[in-house]
Design a binder for this molecule. Structure first.
Ligand SMILES: [Zn+2]
Length: 240
């Protein structure tokens, strides 16, 4: 079994520690800052052997070099992007291993052009970076609306009990926008209430699941790329 632990970083980032008890290996997903990730691994007595990056943004890869210097870990990141300290270039279909657990790389462009998801299908776990957020999606910094919608659709086609680990705690703001664009959607209203309570208590709202996103994420639910593009630009200027 893989154990996944959230490490908060900066204002709203999550770095994910992935631990395989059988092999004793630990991977760190998107260490924008090495210090909190190393501190949490040390606190748990875990040895970091790998870093996995979903995309090049500094708040996801800025700690790569320090992680490598501190642990001698191997860094895997998107082949198409400039990843500090990268040892292994990730392309569609490439296998990623931790202990006996095999994951695969899915290219999901839109937020950045080389953005990848890391999918451990047998474990029902996926790391989706800044492409899909709970009830929302990433901004289109490099890619097009068509690309981003295609990427979200691919993630939404994963088994519905797959846990999705996103790069940021944006769920409350996303939920307010979702309720604004789908006022008649009871699943969104209920989830927004739950999320508001969790955040008021200072608690994390992730991971989400494929099933939840199919029901409550307007960007996943958009029926065409044109509708997706309209929602994305509306969200860019939405003030809740
Ligand atoms: Zn990003």
């Amino acid at each position: 079994m893989l154990q996944v632990v959230a490490v908060p970083a900066f204002t709203d980032n999550y770095i994910w520690l992935v631990h395989d008890e059988a092999s004793g290996e630990t991977a760190v997903v998107d260490p924008g800052d090495a210090a909190p990730a190393l501190a949490e691994a040390q606190r748990r007595g875990w040895t970091v052997t790998q870093v996995w990056n979903t995309h090049h943004h500094w708040d996801h890869s800025g700690g790569n070099i320090a992680m490598k210097e501190a642990t001698g870990c191997t860094v895997s990141g998107p082949a198409a992007e400039n990843i500090p300290g990268r040892d292994v270039a990730l392309l569609e279909g490439r296998e990623l291993r931790i202990g006996d657990h095999a994951g695969r790389v899915m290219e999901i462009p839109g937020h950045t052009l080389g953005h990848v998801a890391l999918i451990f299908e047998a474990d029902r776990i996926a790391f989706v970076g800044d492409t899909l957020f709970a009830m929302g999606c990433g901004r289109l910094f490099e890619g097009t609306a068509q690309q981003m919608r295609g990427s979200l659709q691919r993630l939404a086609e994963l088994p519905e009990d797959t846990a999705l680990y996103c790069g940021h705690e944006y769920t409350l703001a996303n939920g307010r926008f979702a309720a604004h664009v789908e006022p008649g959607n009871g699943a969104i209203a209920r989830r927004l209430e739950e999320v508001a309570q969790l955040r008021a208590a200072g608690k994390i709202t992730l991971p989400t699941t494929v099933a939840q996103e199919r029901e409550t994420n307007p960007f996943v639910r958009a029926s065409s790329w044109e509708e997706f593009a309209r929602l994305r630009s509306e969200k860019d200027s939405f003030r809740s």
